[in-house]
Ligand binder design. Structure first.
Ligand SMILES: NC(=O)c1ccc[n+]([C@@H]2O[C@H](COP(=O)([O-])OP(=O)(O)OC[C@H]3O[C@@H](n4cnc5c(N)ncnc54)[C@H](O)[C@@H]3O)[C@@H](O)[C@H]2O)c1
Length: 346
């Protein structure tokens, strides 16, 4: 079995953002064609009211090179105030013939990369051929930092990024970091109204209180796209007033997301206009964006097939470049009866 720790994953991923974007797009298309198995995620919440949780995401992704496995990801928001990452994760890949584990990867970077790639793909597709000159980042943490890497790929025309965070200083620190790491666009810390004035707004906070009422912020650009990655920021009324695009309707209308709350209020789920796979499958170019005058909101639950797709990119790159460690002893060994039988017939 191949073991890839944090630095191995980082080394294997280096320079592969465009490959990750393609892998995530391909995974969505396969999902849209029914070539996937995505059981509902399991949520484990430790006792207490800390907002911490651990989520299991088993998945199978078909196509020419099928892959299957499990992502096991913790979210402990209080870590961040101590200088630690909120999310930690392990990705297991399993052999499709025997079911035995073939690889274990440190997966927080995989999770951030697939989330960011999915957001950027959606942002591009939902704007069609309209240029995106301004991006707003609400929440200045790991996910939005990575979102910008992928938005820079899908929107090379980007000129200005407005950053906002509820904790003073965080927007300024991320703006300075981005200016050093990604020169080109202008990075500026601003208030919520300024961030919400952008063509595309990525919301990735740790606030799960349905606090963001879009009606309280009129004058936002026509054809704005909001990437609602943290899923529990928008008020249900904001969801009900929008043109909603999701990754998978059955998944995202669970676990008290803003869309789940909207469904509980409205008594139906007709407010979900489209799934991303259908939009990605349409030919790109003029007229590709949804034909609506309403605000477009993309809410991705985050499907385990995306982690599989990115993990496969990494395992292949690691094999090419000799990255990682081979560990024996992770198969269960021979069968106690059939292995001993002459000819092995069971
Ligand atoms: N949909 C998906 O597939 C997916 C995948 C990964 C992460 N996420 C979600 O993305 C969110 C962000 O993750 P992260 O790793 O970047 O977390 P992080 O802790 O690194 O950053 C979150 C930031 O949000 C800020 N914040 C909290 N409340 C805010 C508010 N009301 N307004 C503005 N800023 C606020 C915090 O101060 C912090 O800087 C989490 O909620 C996570 O669950 C979603």
């Amino acid at each position: 079995m191949r073991i890839l720790g944090r630095e191995d994953v980082a080394a294997a991923l280096r320079g592969l953002d465009a490959t990750v974007l393609d892998a995530v797009r391909a995974a969505y298309l396969l999902h849209g064609q029914g070539h996937s198995e995505v059981p509902f995620s399991g949520f484990l919440r430790p006792p207490g009211d800390s907002g911490s949780r651990v989520i299991s995401l088993p998945a199978y992704l078909g196509g020419p090179e099928p892959v299957m496995g499990l992502k096991w990801i913790s979210s402990f928001p209080d870590n961040v105030g101590r200088g630690l990452q909120r999310a930690s994760s392990v990705q297991i890949l399993n052999d499709l013939d025997t079911g035995y584990p073939t690889a274990v990867l440190e997966a927080s970077r995989i999770s951030a990369s697939r989330t960011a790639a999915s957001a950027a793909l959606a942002g591009r597709a939902l704007h069609g051929d309209r240029p995106v000159h301004t991006v707003g980042l609400i929440g200045c943490g790991t996910i939005n930092r990575r979102v910008l890497d992928f938005l820079a790929l899908t929107h090379p025309e980007l000129r200005t990024v407005v950053l906002q965070d509820a904790v003073p200083g965080r927007a300024e620190v991320l703006a300075a970091r981005l200016a050093a790491e990604r020169p080109g666009p202008r990075y500026t810390a601003g208030d919520l109204g300024a961030a919400l004035g952008a063509d595309t707004v990525s919301v990735a906070t740790t606030d799960s209180t349905y606090w963001l009422d879009l009606a309280a912020h009129p004058g936002r650009p026509r054809h704005q796209v909001i990437l609602h990655l943290s899923l529990r920021d928008l008020t249900p009324a904001s969801v009900l007033g929008a043109y909603n695009v999701v990754d998978d309707t059955d998944h995202v209308l669970r676990e008290q997301t803003s869309l789940h709350r909207a469904e509980q209020q409205a008594g139906h789920r007709d407010f979900v206009a489209a799934e991303l796979a259908g939009i990605l499958a349409a030919p790109a170019g003029p007229g590709a964006a949804p034909d609506t005058d309403r605000l477009v909101v993309f809410s991705p639950f985050g499907l385990g097939i995306l982690d599989l797709a990115v993990a496969r990119v990494i395992v292949e790159a690691a094999a090419r470049e000799g990255i990682g460690t081979e560990a024996g002893g992770f198969d269960p060994g021979p069968h106690p009866v059939t292995a001993a039988m002459a000819g092995g017939a069971a």
